[in-house]
Design a protein around this ligand. Structure first.
Ligand code: DOR
Length: 446
């Protein structure tokens, strides 16, 4: 029976409405107690005299830091099986732990595609020997992500998938998407939609507009995303079945989702840090590390995404961690792969929304932990006694310069290399086990 005490931190648990100086006791991987701190900040040595400190096998001194429910990333690409040169389940989990994530959902666009039980089994088996971060596989909506026939949801659910998505590809056929939602409902699986009209995207490689014209690059109009968001909302209305919209990038998508929510439809949505941080101008130097799908948009879109987060229209911040090798990025813009690594920059970039006044810390943790857990029906996302002990400790004041070479991820494709950011995870605990610690004092009494 192992008892860990995390003491003296500023505890924020939006799910249980708690915000203040609290100590947590973890026993055998579960939150055993949450109680008013004995204020070790004030009396670090005196605190060792109290009973709770005496009975702990391991004491983590979190004074001066924020202690929150473990962050959950709803949208990660782990690349294994098939693209291990970009990322493996192990390196992806290391990056997740480093970024403060206790759980990550991995998208099915691997090779082979995760559209069957054996691939799901493989991912979960590998994940069991990697770091300890929880890996929640997302199964494909359609076989081979080809958009033609539905995958076997029952067998994937039994193997452990938590949701379904053809991420990277849209399900073009509306009738098939309707059937996917209906079939998924029977297995209580959420459908996550990559909203893109491929005919409107055509050969586009960045946002359509003045910057694309100046660069001589083919553009992707906002409508490419918007029309599919509208279709998914219509299907949600038709069937009454929940739908989750992935990586929202446009103002029109935000407006449609806001309206759908006001009408009471079970639509949820996520965006990624690059959509509320950058604009299409990041592409001006033909920087392929600013190439992503959906593309970076205008300042007006970025503002709408920020406001959508602020007013609750967008429920979740997800990294859309999409590792690619230099070989796939150091090529002509047209030929470069889409996507950024994000697990190790997601939290500090998101904290800038707090700094700018769009979100409170409470809101931020809701979008990075509570809501993902709720949407995916996980029993984490909160820290009341009886819950799994998934905890992230954040140093809000710590400033650092992003150095892609120091990433735990196997890939380096980030537009944020060299950026100065503030706030980062210093401790990640999954099921009571410390999977990452950067500088917090831990006393072991065993
Ligand atoms: O930029 C992207 N990269 N968007 C996607 O939808 C897929 C992802 C990937 O798999 O690289």
């Amino acid at each position: 029976m192992k008892r860990t005490l995390i003491r003296g931190g500023h505890f924020v648990d939006p799910e249980n409405g708690m915000d203040g100086l609290f100590d947590i006791v973890i026993q055998d991987g579960i939150i055993a107690e949450v109680m008013a701190s004995t204020s070790p900040e004030a009396t670090p040595t005196g605190a060792s005299k109290d009973g709770r400190t005496k009975s702990a096998d391991e004491i983590v001194d979190a004074a001066g830091n924020l202690v929150v429910p473990g962050l959950i990333d709803m949208h990660t690409h782990l690349r294994e099986p098939g693209y291990e040169y970009k990322e493996t389940i192990l390196t992806g989990c290391l990056a997740a732990a480093h970024g403060g994530f206790t759980a990550i959902c991995c998208m099915p666009n691997t090779n082979p595609v995760n559209d069957n039980q054996s691939v799901t089994d493989f991912i979960l088996k590998k994940a069991r020997t990697a770091v300890g971060v929880r890996v929640y596989p997302v199964g494909a909506i359609t076989r081979g992500l080809k958009g033609q026939s539905l995958a076997e949801y029952g067998e994937m659910k039994a193997a452990g998938v938590v949701a379904l998505s053809d991420d990277g590809n849209p399900v073009t056929n509306g009738q098939l998407m309707r059937r996917a939602m209906e079939y998924a409902k029977g297995f209580e699986l959420l459908v996550i939609s990559h909203c893109e009209d491929l005919n409107l995207t055509a050969h586009g490689v960045m946002n359509e507009g003045a910057v694309a014209t100046r660069l001589g690059l083919a553009g992707i109009p906002n409508a490419s995303e918007t029309v599919m968001v509208a279709r998914e909302i219509a299907l949600c209305e038709l069937t009454g079945i929940p739908i989750h919209i992935a990586h929202v990038s446009t103002a029109d998508s935000v407006h449609l989702i806001r309206d759908a929510k006001q009408r009471g439809l079970p639509v949820t949505a996520e965006t990624a840090p690059h959509y509320f941080t950058l604009t299409e101008e990041a592409v001006l130097s033909y920087n392929t590390n600013a190439k992503v799908n959906p593309p970076l948009r205008t300042a007006a879109d970025r503002e709408a995404v920020r406001k959508g987060l602020a007013d609750g229209t967008i429920d979740v911040i997800a990294s859309d961690h999409a590792p690619h090798s230099t070989m796939e990025k150091e090529v002509e813009f047209d030929a470069a792969a889409n996507g950024f690594v994000g697990l190790e920059t997601s939290l500090p970039l998101s904290l800038s929304l707090v700094e700018m006044g769009y979100l409170s810390i409470n809101d931020l943790i809701t979008k990075m932990s509570v809501n993902p857990a709720r949407i995916l029906h996980r029993d984490t996302g909160g820290l009341c006694p009886g819950k799994p002990a998934d905890v992230t400790v954040i140093d809000l004041a710590g400033e650092f310069t992003v150095d892609a070479r120091s990433f735990r991820s196997k890939s380096r494709n980030t537009p944020f290399d060299g950026w100065k950011l503030k706030g980062k995870a210093v401790l990640t605990v999954v099921g009571g086990n410390i999977v990452f610690n950067e500088g917090l004092g831990v006393t072991n009494k065993r």
